[in-house]
Design a protein around this ligand. Structure first.
Ligand code: NAP
Ligand code: G3H
Length: 502
């Protein structure tokens, strides 16, 4: 890892500071939280365990500076976001390397997480027209005239709390920061404790890009210690959160009447009909199930194959899965460590439960350190936990079905509703099934995934609240401001109206 002089201010040795009002500080708690590489347990860095008093201060600072950024012309805010995109690209290699180390993501995927974030920043800057309003005349309703004119324009919400998950700690904080800044808000960011280091670099990047001190601030600390205090804080005007459904639901209870954008868990099912293109389907399922070792909300988490294709599909998916390289993320192995040993134990408990209840082990079920071999289970039934729970690990259950109706029933019975997939050559049927699936997005002949990032991305049921995606996030992080002008009759032009004599 190359140590970059620009970033030296944010840490002493491996101890990273938190960022408030343009300054890097140590917490008064005197406590640090260690971040270890999940592959080899080496220490990557320590972050500050901030106190509630520091939460108060950071929110106070973010509030104090609201007007300065809100009143900055939109073209200047846009320039800063574009400049930040340039800086993210400039530093993408060391940032990607650090990201690989702190969360165990394969190096190439870590690098693309960084560059994808730069693209989101650029596309957000290009979307500044989303902040325009409209003018409406009053004479639609009887009793109102055109002298009543409503003018709406978009204004920021205030201080936005951005909380990201461990699996995309840079990208899924960045995708909140860019629209929040464009809309003129100030920000308090809380990165995940398992993977906070790369995201801390937003402090330096945004400062260099010209975002004034106090507009963007970063607090670090465990969600279990400062999370409720942050989310229930009256100084927070909106929360943009990505993480587990459990934390998301809890947050919604404690947050009170604040606007929320919640992107939560998923249990995306791939329905494979008899006439599916086998090669395309296999490619989508293997990549969808096992990239980043299944630690994606949009991972393919269940396969529901029809009888005529089930055996061939299982055979080919297994062949391709057995080709996946396993090991060190620094060497770009496809399957790497899960984020923690607790997570490995949870995944193992799902495999054990399925095997105990009669599922057939096709491959995998092996563990070394935090690495779990990609595991395929056949003959999974609805009484098994793996049919419903989100493993966030490399486990793929096959639940054989015998009708499209059964596939819809099993898909919809899930508490989650992020995405669904249908693989078939029959587009009419695919469209009809898509209408029935209770999910945010249905992919036809493709794997479930969030991107491209200007598409709307949302979940139903326990999978989320609100819609993410560049245009939609800008909308969620701003509101209408309405000014109604009541024009006086005095200025009205007296017009001659002609009627035609018949
Ligand atoms: P998590 O445990 O819910 O943590 C997410 C974030 O919430 C972390 O920053 C965490 O901080 C914070 N947090 C924890 N308790 C909190 C509280 N009481 N108040 C406020 N914040 C709190 O989720 P994760 O393990 O990082 O991510 C995995 C989960 O996220 C999976 O379920 C996955 O499906 C979901 N996910 C969904 C999407 C999507 O877009 N739908 C994207 C990525 C991930 P600490 O780390 O300090 O605890
Ligand atoms: O983990 C949840 C992410 O939103 C998934 O994003 O589909 O681009 O991997 P992705």
């Amino acid at each position: 890892m190359i140590d970059i002089p620009e970033f030296s201010i944010m840490k002493e040795g491996v101890n990273y500071k938190y960022y408030i009002d343009g300054k890097w500080k140590n917490s008064n708690s005197g406590k640090l939280i260690s971040v270890y590489n999940p592959y080899n347990s080496e220490l990557v860095g320590n972050v500050q365990a901030c106190t509630k008093e520091e939460v108060d201060n950071i929110i106070k600072i973010a509030h104090k500076n609201i007007e300065c950024w809100r009143d900055t012309p939109l073209n200047e805010r846009t320039n800063a976001i574009n400049k930040a995109a340039d800086l993210i690209v400039e530093f993408s290699e060391p940032l990607g390397y650090l990201l690989m180390k702190e969360i165990g993501k394969p190096l190439n995927s870590a690098l693309s997480e960084i560059t994808r974030t730069a693209e989101i920043f650029r596309a957000t800057a290009d979307s500044s027209f989303q902040l325009s309003g409209e003018t409406i005349l009053g004479d639609v309703f009887e009793g109102f005239s055109r002298e009543k004119v409503s003018m709406t324009y978009r204004v920021p919400l205030g201080v936005i709390l951005c909380i990201g998950p461990f699996n995309y700690p840079f990208n899924l904080t960045g995708s909140k920061i860019a629209p929040a800044l464009l809309a003129g808000n100030s920000i308090v960011m809380k990165p995940p404790t398992q993977g906070p280091l790369t995201a801390l670099h937003f402090g330096i990047i945004l400062e260099k890009a010209g975002v004034p001190p106090g507009i963007f601030n970063i607090i670090t600390g465990r969600g279990s210690e400062i999370g409720d205090y942050l989310t229930s804080h009256p100084g927070i005007d909106m929360i943009a959160f990505t993480g587990s459904s459990q934390t998301g639901k809890h947050l919604a209870k404690v947050a009170g009447m604040k606007p929320l954008l919640l992107e939560l868990g998923g249990k995306d099912a791939a329905i494979v009909l008899d006439d599916a293109d086998l090669d395309n389907t296999v490619k989508a399922i293997v990549s969808g199930a096992f990239s980043f070792s299944g630690q994606r909300c949009t991972a393919v988490k269940r396969v529901l194959p029809m009888p005529a294709i089930a055996d061939d599909l299982l055979k080919k998916v297994t062949e391709e899965t057995l080709k996946l390289s396993i090991g060190n993320p620094a060497e770009n192995k496809k399957i790497g460590p899960l984020i923690s040993s607790e997570q490995c134990e949870y995944v193992q408990s799902l495999i054990d439960d399925a095997l105990k209840k009669g599922a057939t082990l096709i491959c995998g079920n092996k563990r070394e350190g935090n690495v779990i071999w990609p595991t395929i289970l056949d003959n999974v039934t609805v009484d098994m936990r793996i049919a419903w729970e989100e493993p966030f690990g490399p486990v793929l259950p096959f639940i054989r079905i015998n009708s499209a109706e059964k596939a819809i029933e099993i898909s919809n019975k899930s508490e989650y509703g992020l995405q669904g997939m249908i693989f078939t050559e029959n587009i009419d049927l695919a469209f009809n099934i898509a209408q029935e699936l209770e999910v945010g997005t249905v992919q036809i002949n493709g794997q479930s995934s969030r991107g491209p990032d200007h598409f709307p991305f949302l979940g139903t049921k326990s999978s989320g609240l609100g819609t993410q995606g560049i245009k939609y996030s800008i909308e969620a992080m701003s509101r209408n401001k309405v000014v109604v002008i009541n024009l006086s009759e005095r200025g009205k032009l007296v017009k001659q109206c002609f009627t035609i004599d018949k």
